[in-house]
Design a protein around this ligand. Structure first.
Ligand code: ACO
Ligand code: PYR
Length: 546
């Protein structure tokens, strides 16, 4: 028996054009080239690179791609129709599109009569001529044209006859795709379905009579009603075959349809073919790559690709997921290149503790009193203000302690910090002294730092480095302070999260106290202890393997 091939949906990425219309997002030519190349590897058939002629950066970008073309994607130049009362050939803006040297061009034109009169300030007839002429001009120059019907759904609602005439003008000019745009993002899914079906029926009737090829329908949605992905899916289910969107949903105002959600929904839920399976599992990496290049923090809670998309926190969830992931996961995280995470907190049950212990190489038995003690200690500490979700190294130390296997690398006998808040003295304004004991030997050390925590960290390392030379590679990489129960004023508790690293691993520890220095001290000391533990575990593993 032969299996029916999945119907194809043509993906059209506009991260480099509509995505860059997002407030706070700006990219260099090099950034654009890096993103285009990554999308090319992902197998996106169309990549809208920008509007050459609108700014020098986009002109350069297309020229550079002529020197070093993409391997599989079509790079597309974007532009408006010609201005009123001129000719396409006379428009400098359209000439810039030709020099961009792309095979495909996307032209956007007005579908809504309000826009023609209020924004273009021209007649309805002239707008039809602008659409037809512009598309025709590019076709006559050997380009293939995608026509973006701007404000399609508003035009459809307010003046259906005219909106349809604008599509017919694009067809008459030679457009191969008609992309219906929800430019203002205010449309709901059932309106999208109904409109796409109506357009398809109208085109088969009108264009069929003139025995012309019927262009295919595409969809371009914005997220102003939080419907961009739902609307694009509704359009596909109603017959659209091109989907425009951006990586991470970047775009003007509230953004565009998010391809990181659309692709897996289309492919895994609706059975359409968009990109290859081995490309689908690159999606999480592509999402993070693009957010890194555009210098925006990734959305940790983004569906499919976010760090928390498959993170399980509630004890009931973890217990069930450990038995069968289908209980609380809608797809396998690996299908989109993501992975499952178990989070520990006051919401945990024994299943969370057991699963987390396993990630540290500790096999706990649910029936043992130690497992229950660890859970109880976790809940007690969280009720005092600790948070272990992000401080897994402190949780590991807590587990070793409960199991009687916490190694004592050093003992702190006391510490003092002195801050010198003299105006103009911004460096080394703090001095810390520490007294520590290692293998029964007492050491007293002092160090300066740009603040009390840095000074304390430096003094501790100085005291310990002769015993543990690996400390020279450790560094405090991040330090976060949060005031909890702030209504109690200066008596409020402070939670400190300290991130440490040794060049190839990072770990986070937590400290809580009414005294910010005591909280910091606790987090910093546990950070050093955990780093020493990692080193000692690595040495043991090396001895065993050799
Ligand atoms: C829905 C969308 O997202 S469409 C893409 C929107 N993206 C952008 O606007 C980013 C790039 N834009 C730009 O760099 C500039 O706006 C430019 C270069 C295009 C135009 O700059 P300017 O000539 O200074 O015009 P300005 O931005 O003030 O106004 C836009 C002009 O385009 C016209 N216009 C708008 N839509 C269309 C269209 N579909 N076809 C033809 N002209 C159009 C407007 O009527 C206005 O013309 P006017 O100046 O003769 O009144
Ligand atoms: C073309 C486009 O970006 C829009 O209509 O939203």
């Amino acid at each position: 028996m032969t299996t029916k091939p999945s119907p194809q949906i043509w993906l059209y990425d506009t991260t480099l054009r509509d995505g860059t219309q997002r407030e706070g997002l700006s990219v260099s030519i090099e950034d654009k080239l890096r993103i285009a190349k990554r999308l090319d590897q992902l197998g996106v058939p169309f990549i809208e690179g920008g509007w050459p002629g609108a700014n020098p950066k986009d002109v350069q970008f297309f020229w550079q791609l002529q020197e070093d073309p993409l391997k599989q994607s079509e790079i597309v130049a974007f532009c408006s129709t010609r201005r009123p009362n001129t000719t396409a050939a006379a428009e400098p803006m359209l000439q810039a599109i030709l020099t961009a040297g792309t095979r495909w061009v996307t032209i956007f034109g007005k579908s809504w009569d309000l826009h023609v009169t209020a924004s273009l300030k021209t007649s309805l007839e002239e707008n039809l001529a602008m659409i037809r002429d512009t598309v025709e001009y590019f076709c006559s120059q050997g380009r293939r044209v995608i026509y973006d019907a701007e404000h399609w759904f508003d035009g459809y609602k307010h003046n259906l006859d005219y909106a349809l005439q604008t599509l017919e003008a694009a067809i008459a000019g030679g457009a191969e795709w008609l992309v219906l745009c929800d430019t203002n993002g205010g449309t709901l899914p059932q309106e999208v379905s109904q409109s796409v079906q109506a357009v398809n029926s109208h085109l088969s009737l009108v264009v069929g009579q003139e025995s012309m090829t019927i262009p295919q329908i595409g969809i371009h949605t914005h997220n102003d009603s939080d419907m961009a992905v739902a609307n694009a899916l509704a359009a596909v289910m109603a017959g659209a075959r091109m989907v425009q969107g951006t990586i991470n949903g970047y775009g003007e105002r509230c953004g565009n349809a998010n391809l990181c959600s659309l692709i897996p929904n289309l492919q895994l839920k609706l059975g359409y073919s968009c990109i290859g399976e081995h490309q689908l599992n690159q999606l999480t990496e592509v999402s993070r790559f693009v957010s890194e290049v555009v210098n925006l923090a990734p959305d940790e809670h983004a569906p499919f690709v976010g760090r928390s998309a498959f993170a399980h926190k509630g004890g009931i969830h973890v217990s069930a997921v450990e038995r069968n992931p289908l209980t609380y996961e809608h797809i396998q995280p690996e299908q989109v290149g993501n992975h499952r995470r178990i989070v520990i907190s006051e919401q945990s049950g024994l299943s969370n503790v057991l699963a987390k212990a396993r990630t540290f190489g500790i096999e706990l038995d649910k029936q043992t009193p130690e497992a229950r003690q660890i859970l109880q200690r976790l809940k007690d500490l969280e009720s005092q203000g600790y948070q272990f979700e992000a401080a897994e190294a402190s949780f590991a130390l807590l587990m070793y302690e409960a199991l009687g296997g916490r190694q004592q690398f050093f003992e702190i006998k006391g510490f003092q910090v002195h801050c010198d808040l003299v105006e103009g003295k911004e460096t080394n304004n703090a001095l810390a002294t520490v007294k520590v004991a290692v293998s029964g030997k007492n050491i007293l050390e002092a160090a300066e730092g740009n603040g009390p925590v840095a000074a304390l960290d430096a003094a501790l390392r100085k005291a310990l480095v002769n015993f543990y030379p690996q400390l020279a590679t450790f560094e405090l990489t991040d330090y976060k302070v949060r005031i909890i129960d702030g209504h109690t004023g200066t008596a409020a508790k402070t939670r400190v999260l300290a991130e440490s690293g040794n060049g190839y691993q990072r770990w986070t520890t937590v400290g809580v106290s009414t005294n910010i220095l005591a909280a910091s001290y606790q987090a910093v000391v546990e950070g050093l202890e955990y780093g020493l533990l990692l080193h000692s575990q690595a040495e043991t593993a090396l001895k065993v393997s050799s």
